[in-house]
Design a protein around this ligand. Structure first.
Ligand code: CA
Length: 384
C-alpha cells in the first residue's frame, strides 16, 4: 500500500460571541485538516490543533512543503518509521510548535488508514481499551465579558450539571480576586459532590499560582492546570511542592522530549498532551511510556474539531493507569462546551456525551465519516 495524495484544508469561522481566557480574546475557531489517500482507495483524516489565537495557514504550509514530500509513495502503515522520518527531517527547525502540530495531523491520518486497512478501530490497534465507557468533564467557563462574571459562571455550572456532567473545569487566570469570586460562586451553585478542576492557562507566576492554590485548597480542586508558563519548569516544581493539589500541564508541550523534561523536573502529577499538537498517536504512545516510568498519569487535552475528538477518545481508551488501583480514578475526556462550529458539523455522527459519558467508537479507523457536503462548503484547499 502506498500514499498517493496528501491534501491540506483550512477550516475557519468567526464567532458571533467572542470570549476571553487568560491569554486573550478568542474571536474565531480554525483548524487544519489533512486528508491522506492511498493506492488501495483508503482515506485517512487528521487535524492539527489550532488554539484560538493561532493562524491556521502555517500548519498547512508545513504539511504541504515539508511533510508531503516525505510521505508520497510510502506505506502509510509504517507509522513509527514515518513519524521518525518527519521528526528527524524537521529537527533543525522544528521540535516544538506548529511543525509538531503538522506531524500530529499526518500521524492521526496514518493511524486512521491503518485502522481502516485492518478493519479495526484505532484504539484496538493501540493495544486495546482499558475502558470502554469514558467519563467526560465539561470544559467551558470562558468569559464573554472578561472579569466580573461570577454569577454567569455559577449559572453555567448549573447548566453543565443539568446536562449530566458531574465533573467540570473552570477557566481562571483573570486575577486572584476575580478567580476566588468565581470559584466561590461555582462551588456554591453546584455543591460539594461536583468535581471541579481549575485551569489558569499559564496566566500566573509561581508565587501567584501558589497563593491561588492556597486560597482554593478547601474547595478541593481535582487538579490545578497550567499554573505557569510551560518554559518555567522550576516554577512548576515550586507550585507543586507548595500545594497539595495535583498539578496538571502539557497542552503546550511536544513529543517525548518535551514531556521528558516536564517529568524529570518533577513539575506535574498529570501530563496533558494534545493528540493534535504533541505529535499524534505515535508521540502519545511514547509519552505514555515515559509518564508511566516517571510516576505521572497521562490525561490528554482536547479542544479540537470532531476529528480531534474521535482521535482523542481512542487515545484516552488506550491510556494505561500509572498508579493502578481497583477503584482508581480513570483518565477523563475533556468535553469542550464552548462555541465551535466544526466540532459537530464536520462528521456524520458527532460524538455526543450521554449524562457525561462517551462510548467508544466501534467503526474501523478513527470511527467517523466526514460530512462531505459540509466539508465541500467550508474547507479551503491549501495550495502553495
Ligand atoms: Ca487548558
Amino acid at each position: 500500500m502506498k500514499i498517493t495524495h496528501v491534501d491540506s484544508f483550512i477550516l475557519q469561522s468567526s464567532l458571533t460571541q467572542p470570549f476571553a481566557y487568560s491569554q486573550g480574546w478568542v474571536k474565531g475557531r480554525s483548524t487544519v485538516v489533512v486528508r491522506i489517500r492511498t493506492d488501495d482507495g483508503l482515506e485517512g483524516w487528521g487535524e492539527t490543533f489550532s488554539v484560538g489565537l493561532q493562524p491556521p495557514h502555517i500548519g498547512a504550509a508545513v504539511i504541504e512543503s515539508a511533510l508531503k514530500p516525505l510521505l508520497l509513495g510510502k506505506d502509510p502503515r509504517d507509522t513509527e518509521v514515518l513519524w521518525q522520518e518527519m521528526y528527524v527531517r524537521t529537527r533543525d527547525y522544528g521540535r516544538k510548535g506548529v511543525v509538531i502540530g503538522a506531524i500530529s495531523a499526518v500521524d492521526i491520518a496514518l493511524w486512521d488508514i491503518c485502522g481502516k486497512a485492518a478493519g479495526l478501530p484505532v484504539w484496538k490497534l493501540l493495544g486495546g481499551a482499558f475502558r470502554e465507557q469514558i467519563q467526560c468533564y465539561a470544559t467551558g467557563f470562558f468569559r464573554p465579558g472578561g472579569q466580573g462574571q461570577a454569577q454567569e459562571m455559577a449559572e453555567e455550572a448549573l447548566r453543565h450539571r443539568e446536562a449530566g456532567f458531574s465533573i467540570m473545569k473552570v477557566k481562571l487566570g483573570f486575577g486572584l480576586q476575580d478567580d476566588i469570586q468565581v470559584m466561590n460562586a461555582v462551588r456554591g451553585a453546584v455543591g460539594r459532590d461536583t468535581g471541579l478542576m481549575v485551569d489558569v492557562n499559564h496566566g500566573y507566576g509561581a508565587n501567584e499560582a501558589i497563593r491561588l492554590g492556597r486560597a482554593l485548597a478547601d474547595m478541593n480542586p481535582l487538579w490545578l492546570e497550567e499554573p505557569v508558563v510551560p518554559e518555567d519548569l522550576n516554577g512548576y516544581r515550586r507550585v507543586r511542592e507548595a500545594l497539595d493539589i495535583p498539578i496538571a500541564g502539557g497542552e503546550a508541550e511536544f513529543t517525548l522530549y518535551g514531556f521528558r523534561d516536564f517529568i524529570n523536573a518533577q513539575a506535574i502529577d498529570i501530563a496533558q498532551p494534545d493528540i493534535c499538537l504533541a505529535g499524534g498517536f505515535t508521540a502519545l504512545r511514547h509519552i505514555n511510556v515515559l509518564a508511566m516510568a516517571g510516576g505521572v498519569q497521562v490525561n490528554p487535552h482536547v479542544w479540537g474539531t470532531a476529528i480531534g475528538q474521535y482521535a482523542s477518545v481512542c487515545m484516552v481508551a488506550a491510556t494505561p493507569l500509572t498508579n493502578y488501583a481497583l477503584f482508581a480514578g480513570q483518565p477523563l475526556f475533556e468535553y469542550d462546551t464552548s462555541a465551535h462550529p466544526f466540532r459537530t458539523a464536520l462528521v456524520e455522527e458527532p460524538l455526543e456525551h450521554k449524562k457525561g459519558w462517551l462510548s467508544l467508537p466501534d467503526k474501523p479507523g478513527l470511527g467517523f465519516a466526514i460530512n462531505q457536503d459540509f466539508f465541500r462548503q467550508h474547507a479551503q484547499p491549501w495550495h502553495h
